[in-house]
Design a binder for this molecule. Sequence first.
Ligand SMILES: NC(=O)c1ccc[n+]([C@@H]2O[C@H](COP(=O)([O-])OP(=O)(O)OC[C@H]3O[C@@H](n4cnc5c(N)ncnc54)[C@H](OP(=O)(O)O)[C@@H]3O)[C@@H](O)[C@H]2O)c1
Length: 334
Amino acid sequence: MLTERDAPRGNLDNRLIVVLGYGNQGRPQALNLRDSGYNVAVAARPGGAAGETAESDGFEVMDVRKGAAEAQILMCLLPDEVQGQVYKDDIAANLRHGSAICFAHGFAVTFGQIDAEFYDLIMVAPKGQGGALRSAYVEGSGLPCLIAVEHDHSGGARRIALSIANGLGCLRVGAFETTFREEALSDLFGEQAILVGGVPALIKEAFDILVEKGFNPEVAYFECMHELKIIVDLFTVHGIAGMREVISGTAAYGGLKYGEKLVTPGTAGEMRKMFDRIESGEFAREWLEETAGGKQELRAMIEKEKDLKIEEAGRDVRKLFARHLSGKKHGGKR
Ligand SMILES: NC(=O)c1ccc[n+]([C@@H]2O[C@H](COP(=O)([O-])OP(=O)(O)OC[C@H]3O[C@@H](n4cnc5c(N)ncnc54)[C@H](OP(=O)(O)O)[C@@H]3O)[C@@H](O)[C@H]2O)c1
């Protein structure tokens, strides 16, 4: 693990860092780098909210082409699905050879959206949302991150990545080295199989079964959804086996003996297909096509989910408990 001890000294010799994309990651990254003493400006499209917010945060704001032309390090913090198009339209013809492009996720490079042989291609991917990156930095800590070098045109690409990770506050905690491909494939697989795919699908199915059996939706919501956070906190503090030590014997026995049966050869087969779809680039192609077509399928799926009974029950329960739900940590026996 790399820490502050491994960081190059100084602030990249005052080289100009242009942050392109002032959203979830862009704003916190720009603020952290500036507070760490780096020379930071922002590039934004005319008329967007990003430019206005960056200006009111006191940054010099330029349009995307000028930002690319001025940048010595371009932080590409646009949504993944538009990076390729913006690169083709506004960056490729303007970015000076020898500059660095720094990404927070390996998607665009791994799936062939950006092919930049004349630049350093580096990645500093904080492991968490931008809000957490900023609040941890302000509190004197940081988020861990992954760093990678895809192309080292200048001979100093790794030093730049380490220096950016340091300026973001990530080296206060630690960085692991990876490759763009490893980060992109594992990130997409983790999202789909577990974080925002597999886990929500399990919750929805289990909730529906309890309601179908006549249980009160609020009770079903507590059992299948609300208590998950308590258990996830235990996973992260104690590990999976350690979690079993602090829950009741009844829960440990039932979970291990019968919960495990849910992952049938069919489920495992679907997971492997999911991985193959990501690895072959099929998922990236599908997502870029969906983006080009106006994201209608995504919008329809989001709307459909909002109408589910679990969402209705959840809205009611969360209203009643709003005061007690703000990121509170739990632990101990179930
Ligand atoms: N979100 C996370 O938790 C997270 C965590 C780790 C890594 N990442 C990575 O960080 C990168 C940025 O993601 P994000 O979630 O921060 O994105 P985001 O919040 O959706 O940010 C979008 C920003 O990009 C600008 N933008 C969108 N389309 C544009 C275009 N065509 N031309 C110019 N500007 C455009 C928007 O400006 P306007 O105001 O003009 O619309 C906005 O400032 C991605 O690579 C993502 O994978 C995200």
